[in-house]
Design a protein. Sequence first.
Length: 169
Amino acid sequence: MRFLRPCLLVLLLAAGAVRADELQEVQRLHAAGQTNEALERARKLVAAAPKDAAMRFQIGVMLAESGRTAEARETFERLVQDYPELPEPYNNLAALKAAAGDYEGARSSLDQALRANPTLATAHENLGDVQVMLALRSYARALQLDPAAAGVPGKLALLRQLLQSSPAR
């Protein structure tokens, strides 16, 4: 599943308090491998401007990319509570849920993202990925319950082939 990065204009406009140069500097530090410094700087900026949605989103992205998924998830959960109109935090929250195997939760978060912005292509793509995983689980369960189900093994094989042919992200 794909994460969205905080360089989206909608998020910047919604932030109000964020200055583009501060966000760019945090992103630059993170891209240069100085994630701890970037996080420290971002957290100081958010402490001074707690309604800064773009910087809070950037913190979530950095945490997620650093493997600190519990903290990232908490960050995105707070963002969706504070800014339910923003689709990007829902999308990234869904990616974290899907990575943890919570496909139902991911689907719910993606539904919220698409309610907020029905044209968010990444959320549509991620929803497709989640639906494939849910289909895999359903077909596997059907085969477990009825090993003689003639059509299920072919469907499972097609879905597995689809997943293998998908480019890694």
